[in-house]
Design a protein around this ligand. Structure first.
Ligand code: NAD
Length: 375
């Protein structure tokens, strides 16, 4: 029996965390042998794949970069050489479906412009592969539903690239907020940066689905939900775009307020401001719990009324992908499933609806009921 099916079989028959922690005993201290790991194929080799995901896949214990899918011929040999990718594991957007015949690839990771997520996720599921899809899951709730249905039909797992659920600072903030360690609170959160390139797909509604809310604000939205560990009950939003000439087709800036059973969240996102990434719990009995650089890949800082908290640096993407590989091996649910992506796309649609109606308060009666609870 070759070793990869062997590790898969062990996980499936004996199950669980014990084997996960013992795998280094089975395979040596640092399991660097790719035939013991699940194979991931990255679809779309832009800046996130190149700068974060591929390097992270050199650090993962349970998965590795086995294949690529790219529309740019020149990237093929560069990536093949750099990451030691077999020629037969390189695909383009046309022959992508042939991946069905490739046993090296267990997971497809979709890292394309937002409006392409649905098509490439559905094709991956139809090819019998598990899927990680980048955020936002899609550009409509309708598409999210189709993606979930395709993965269910194929009996494959679907997870969203919500890396911060695997970061220790965000774990801490979830525990503090959800357990009301410092009593009741309201949340403030912002993720903004200056987008200068008008040619970027991020400025095109047909590819991005929307503006900074789809791209950056989704982090503030997520953070407010997992800070309370509750579903919001109403929303009101205001489009605050300054340069309406530059941002003709998408919003340039947006503010929104969510009401939760135990407090409020005020959020901001913008492509018209210098970079800001913060998450604050404003405590009812004064004081704050604060994450600075809150949504960065590293360099997050945490302040609480009891002083600063710091954790050893981690590779968020490596933890995220390893967690999903273990979910597959152990047949356990992912913390960040398609249903969570659907929930967030649903809320994004409501935020836009309110902004288009001058901040009208919209009651949220049927938010998909999925939460990451750390109590
Ligand atoms: P990018 O522009 O750097 O890369 C996009 C890739 O898609 C390129 O390789 C490009 O060639 C390819 N592509 C295929 N068809 C295209 C088309 N019609 N127009 C433009 N590009 C096309 O983008 P990115 O920053 O890598 O973002 C890709 C996805 O990853 C987005 O959904 C984004 O939201 C997500 N992302 C997530 C994180 C995170 O922290 N989780 C960070 C960055 C990006």
């Amino acid at each position: 029996m070759n070793r990869r099916p062997f590790i898969k079989k062990l996980f499936q028959t004996t199950g669980g965390i014990y084997l996960a922690s013992q795998s280094s005993l089975l395979f040596g201290n640092n399991s660097n042998h790719n035939d013991e790991k699940l194979g991931i194929a990255l679809v779309g080799l832009g800046s996130y794949s190149k700068g974060q995901l591929a390097p992270a896949l050199l650090e993962t214990q349970y998965c590795y970069l086995a294949g690529i899918v790219t529309g740019t011929k020149e990237k093929e040999s560069i990536w093949a050489e750099k990451y030691n990718i077999k020629k037969e594991n390189i695909y383009n957007y046309d022959n992508y479906d042939d991946i069905i015949h490739n046993d090296d690839i267990d997971i497809i990771y979709v890292v394309l412009p937002n409006s392409m997520h649905a098509e490439f996720t559905i094709r991956a599921a139809n090819a019998g592969k598990h899927v990680i899809c980048e955020k936002p899951m899609a550009t409509s709730v309708e598409d999210c539903k189709k993606m979930i249905a395709a993965c269910k039909k194929a009996n494959k797992m679907l997870s969203i690239g919500y890396r911060l659920h695997f970061d220790p600072y965000h774990d801490k903030i979830m525990r503090i907020g959800q357990n009301k360690i410092y009593g009741p609170m309201n949340v403030e959160s912002e993720f903004s940066f200056m987008l200068k390139d008008q040619n970027s797909w991020r400025t095109k509604k047909s590819l991005a689905g929307g503006g900074p809310l789809m791209d950056l604000g989704i982090y503030a939205l997520q953070a407010s939900i997992y800070s309370f560990g509750e579903l919001p009950t109403s929303v009101s939003a205001t489009n605050t775009t300054k340069d309406t000439e530059f941002f003709k087709h998408i919003e340039g800036s947006l503010d929104w307020e969510l009401t939760f059973p135990s407090g409020k969240a005020n959020c901001t996102t913008s492509y018209e401001k210098s970079i800001t990434a913060k998450l604050t719990h404003n405590l009812d009995n004064e004081g704050q719990v604060k994450l600075q650089n809150a949504f960065y890949y590293n360099g997050i800082k945490c302040t609480t009324p009891d002083g600063d908290i710091s954790f050893k640096p981690v590779n968020q993407q490596a933890l995220q992908m390893d967690a999903f590989a273990l979910n597959i091996l152990k047949n356990t649910p992912t913390l960040v499933p398609g249903e969570m992506g659907l929930r967030d796309n649903y809320l994004i649609e409501k935020i836009y609806e309110s902004a288009e109606n001058n901040g009208k308060v919209i009651e949220l009666n049927d938010v998909p009921n999925i939460l990451d609870i750390r109590k």
